[in-house]
Design a protein around this ligand. Structure first.
Ligand SMILES: [Zn+2]
Length: 257
């Protein structure tokens, strides 16, 4: 399998082989440069493709033929959109997953409690969601994830076990932090790109056009466009015969420690 370990071993073996060959047959130095460049591209690709499981195993969908899907929201809770999103979910009797940012749980305690009381799942999406999160040391990442869990335990009374990497970026430090915190990394199979969607119609077409059994949809409860299409999206999915189940049920995972 192509992951960080196998790619790194292959890189080292090839590098040593090239050094050996270069000893007997002279060839231009840029050949070494090409090898290093290919290795760097592989690392970069692995970092930005959660579903490649390059650095760590992430569960992004269910392997099933049953017409079931799960909806998830990242980056909340926020007073701007989360309450209205909850109203829509309630209206339709849908239970969703919310990968919350710890500092927003702290700022919006009532809202965080409402998520849980209304039967939705709370996942860990880091405490800070810092712009430079991916450059944190593994110790700092571990502390950040722990602070999110401590905050949620204090405010809501549950300790999330499911973690979704901020920005969907992974690296060896995050792998260590996830292992230390005993989290399961959870991704998505349909990325709505709702935070950059220019209009609601395009967003609706994108998410409805990609539905398939076992899919996990990524929305943000910070997006006006998502609020605008959510009700229609749920109706559409049901008309197509999909049952919308809570993410932990779809993926058969324990939600809390
Ligand atoms: Zn996020």
């Amino acid at each position: 399998m192509l992951n960080f370990n196998t790619i790194t071993v292959a890189f080292i073996v090839l590098l040593l082989a090239l050094i050996g060959v270069h000893f007997f047959y002279s060839f231009p130095y840029y050949v070494f440069g090409i090898l290093v460049l290919l290795y760097a591209v592989a690392l970069f690709y692995g970092s930005y493709n959660l579903r490649s499981n390059f650095y760590l195993k992430t569960i992004s969908s269910a392997q099933t033929d049953r017409p079931q899907i799960a909806i998830s929201f990242d980056d909340g809770p926020t007073p701007a959109y989360t309450p209205e999103i909850l109203n829509i979910l309630n209206e339709h009797g849908v239970k969703a997953a919310f990968f919350c940012i710890g500092k927003r749980v702290k700022e919006n305690e009532e809202l965080a409690r409402r998520l849980h009381e209304e039967g939705h799942l709370i996942g860990n999406h880091s405490y800070s969601h810092d712009m430079w999160f991916d450059l944190f040391s593994s110790k700092k990442m571990t502390e950040d994830l722990q602070l999110m869990n401590d905050t949620t335990a204090k405010v809501v009374g549950v300790k999330p076990r499911l973690f979704r990497p901020p920005y969907g970026v992974t690296n060896p430090n995050l792998k260590k932090a996830i292992r230390k915190g005993n989290f399961t990394s959870v991704g998505w199979s349909i990325r709505s790109m709702d935070t950059v969607a220019r209009d609601a119609r395009k967003l609706y077409e994108k998410v409805t056009g990609s539905l398939k059994p076992g899919a996990v949809i990524l929305f943000h409860d910070t997006s006006k466009a998502t609020l605008d299409i959510l009700s229609r999206f749920i109706q559409h999915a049901r008309e197509k015969g999909y049952e919308i189940v809570r993410l932990d049920k779809l993926l058969n995972l324990e939600p809390y420690a």
